[in-house]
Design a protein around this ligand. Structure first.
Ligand code: PBG
Length: 327
């Protein structure tokens, strides 16, 4: 009888032993809560495909932000759902537009206790649902869109956003937004660039969350998920243009890319656990097929292990509470 000379089980024998040697730890302060606020609502409205997530009223958004602070969450990313849509998404630029007033509401509520971020993208505001304005041939016009992003960014900074999240995947958007912020004196407003953002079927539930008008897809501007190297080109471009942080999105289907970016990037790297990732776990858990808390924790740990310093997750407030309970 011979015995194993190496017993890797020794370090797994108790929770204390496992905790002592764990390489990856979750922290509440690195979580960012994406939140939707819809114009004209007096009560929050459930999103069917994202059980537990709602379109907020202005009041319920303030309460959710306060709860996030209480739980120790690090940031909030705001998305606006306007009552009216048009070809150029003009509600995005209007200082009285839903997203801009919500940014001011949340800043008034949380001050600097939560990093207040906002989506710089036109898809929630356009009647065709694309992330930019359309050229005559129906394609998304990159440079005409940039001019609108610049105005949208300045409106959000003026409303009080600490950090802007350009998610439209137009070339040059980070540079144009940085320049517009500088020109308007918003030198401290940061940019969290959606650099490695892939076109994905898993964005499905988000369409319901923002009452999207989109027909077709975003494959001419979002990345092709068959490509890995291209993510580094996107990150490099955005960093040179002035991004303070970069993102990989979706998270779970791009952990290899996240690991590459984490190694390569000179700025902090975030990952977005998106609507479809949320919906899948919630649906399976609701059926009793998987354990909700354990599955969410495992997914967040995988994203952290792959190299994310910050994670956008619809579970941010719950997960922050669990992290504190487990500590
Ligand atoms: C675009 C945007 C989208 C998401 C975040 N910002 C939709 C898209 O690119 O199609 C998706 C987030 C999610 O699915 O949770 N404004």
């Amino acid at each position: 009888m011979s015995f194993p000379s190496q017993r890797l089980r020794r370090l797994r024998q108790s929770a204390a032993m496992r905790g002592l040697v764990a390489e990856t730890r979750l922290s509440a302060g690195s979580l960012i809560l994406p939140a939707f606020v819809r114009e004209g609502l007096s009560e929050p409205s459930p999103i069917t495909s994202m059980p537990g997530v709602v379109q907020h009223s202005r009041d319920s958004l303030k309460r959710a932000a306060a709860e996030a602070v209480e739980a120790g969450v690090g940031g909030i990313m705001l998305f606006g759902v306007p009552e009216a849509h048009d070809a150029t998404g003009s509600g995005a630029i209007d200082p009285e537009g839903i997203l801009n007033v919500a940014i001011a509401d949340v800043r008034a509520e949380v001050g600097d206790d939560l990093v207040v971020m906002s989506d710089v993208c036109l898809d929630e505001f356009t009647d065709h649902g694309h992330c930019g304005v359309l050229a005559e041939d129906g394609t998304v016009d990159n440079d005409a869109t940039l001019e609108l992003y610049a105005q949208m960014a300045v409106a959000q900074a003026a409303a009080g956003a600490h950090m802007l999240g350009p998610s439209g995947k137009m070339d040059g958007e980070v540079a144009v937004i940085r320049q517009a912020l500088e020109d308007a004196g918003h030198v401290s407003t940061g940019i969290f660039a959606y650099s490695a953002k892939y076109a994905s079927a898993f964005y499905g539930p988000f369409r319901e969350a923002v009452n999207s008008q989109l027909k077709g897809d975003r494959r001419t501007y979002q990345m092709d998920m068959r490509n890995r190297r291209e993510a580094l080109a996107e990150v490099e471009a955005d960093v040179l243009e002035g991004a303070d942080m970069v993102m990989v999105k979706p998270a779970m289907t791009n952990l290899d890319v996240l690991a590459d970016v984490a190694e390569f990037s000179p700025v902090p790297v975030g990952a977005y656990q998106i609507s479809g990732e949320y919906a899948m776990i919630e649906a399976a858990a609701a059926n009793g097929w998987i354990d909700r808390r354990a599955s969410v924790t495992e997914a967040l740990t995988a994203i952290t292990r792959a190299g994310a310093t910050s994670i956008l997750t619809y579970w941010a407030t719950d997960a922050a509470r669990w992290i504190r309970e487990d500590a």
